[in-house]
Design a protein around this ligand. Sequence first.
Ligand code: FAD
Length: 511
Amino acid sequence: METSISVLVCGAGPTGLVTALELARRGIDVRIVDAEQKPSQLSKAAVLWRRSLEVLHPSVPVERFTAHGRPVHGIQFEANGSVLQEIDFGGLAGRFPHGLFIPQNKTEAVLNEALESLGVQVEWGTEVKDVSSCEEHVDVHFSDGEQSRFSWLVGADGAHSTVRKCLGIEFPGAAIDQRWLLADLKLEEAGQEDRIRMFLSTAGLLGLFPYGNGVWRVIADAGPIDPETPRVDPTCEDILHILHSRSGLDWTVEKARWLSEFRINERQVDHYCHGRVILAGDAAHIHSPAGGQGMNTSIQDAVNLSWKLAMVIKNQAASALLTTYQDERHPVGAAVVEGSGRMLRVMMSRNPLIRFFRRWVLPYIVGLPPMRKEAVNRLSEVDVEYCGGPLAPTGADRWIGRRCPDVVWGDDGSSVYDLFTGTGCTVVRLGRGSIPDALWERVIRAAGPDVILVDAAMPDGSVAEEAKAFAQALAAAYGTIVVVRPDSYLGPVSQDIEVVESWFSQLHNFE
Ligand SMILES: Cc1cc2nc3c(=O)[nH]c(=O)nc-3n(C[C@H](O)[C@H](O)[C@H](O)COP(=O)(O)OP(=O)(O)OC[C@H]3O[C@@H](n4cnc5c(N)ncnc54)[C@H](O)[C@@H]3O)c2cc1C
């Protein structure tokens, strides 16, 4: 059998769409298939957090998402009909909101549109049935009888991944013994549509997330699972009862759009890379929806993986570079499984001490400025960094491996993120003319193809609060080379050309 296409992406959820988009943008021939006959209309993930918007910005400018969503401005804790604490996430001077309330089907539609604009169509109604792989290729059997050979297979086929099962990969973890109810409702006068509403009640958890125009996502726990009782979707009356009893407020439902019961598993595969088969997104990790991190972590997996896989396919890097996908993203997935699980257990607990803490202490602690900042950074995933990892050795450079801060770059308020228009790294010569051309030429040679070169003056000082330390450090180091990876994490930030050359050499010849 001939290998005609480099990569097959199995699954056209957010992970698969981003993977296919990022590969196609880099000129890789890619096929993407999905077992379903058409795109899902389910609103599943309610929030697209800031880090996802940032890493997607080069391929899907943030405005394409903001056109369909509403910025998240805060969270409000309430009990017995009164507001306990309003936590404002704070203004941001940069380009990106903390997060966007946007239903997952809209997010997927925006991603699909970007993919189609590159000439790649999702093949709906095409199910992967069997997979076998060896050192050189992957053989795939499809539901319509087709058998094809690919150089690489990305398993982005969700929690019940066929790809994972075909390779016999364990999915260790456990199911949480609790029923959860979900409803998308059009509610009359349900409050400001820019914040999450969390109701702390002894009867259980209740959270409301606004989609705009009066439509809210309602999530509530519904007690332990009874093994004798089959899964049953709630009725509108069930949800209305929960809304009344847990909030102490009156509600009027104008329309119910989606009513569902769901269960939570916490699982993660030990290894994301299995030779020429690579797992990403829910196929690799699943966890509680607390914090709304599932889709966001999955999108960031896809971005991290794709630029590296493209470099390997284009012979710009050795295949060992893919081990850095595991090294960087597996710990992030593990932290999300653990953190969202901890959050869920605190919110679900019937233990009187924890209930006391949840009702009387938690809202006030989260409201303290340092805690608030940490909580917002954690939720929006801007605190994810790869310092000390294989592409960011610890040493003199305090920036390497960190997320590139969102420095306001031009007089028009544009962001440093607007410079990252390419498909490879972006290399910035800061302090125009301060590095001799001969040395700059060496950097260009070391960087190789697909790199965007920016010869820039210093940032003008009008920087977002969170980026101040970065801008100040750069300003103090006139004549600095700043390398930004394709996923907008920092490579070396150095005045030493040899440091920059050696980092690129390691990237291209990773062992
Ligand atoms: C009720 C609910 C609420 C959620 N809320 C949030 C939230 O607020 N924030 C958040 O970040 N996340 C949330 N999530 C999680 C989020 O929906 C997932 O993390 C996200 O969809 C994962 O994307 P994925 O592309 O990896 O997998 P999926 O979205 O599951 O996509 C997998 C795709 O693969 C296809 N497929 C499966 N098997 C095959 C096969 N054999 N051949 C071909 N195609 C196949 C499927 O049809 C599907 O389209 C929520 C999930 C649920 C269920």
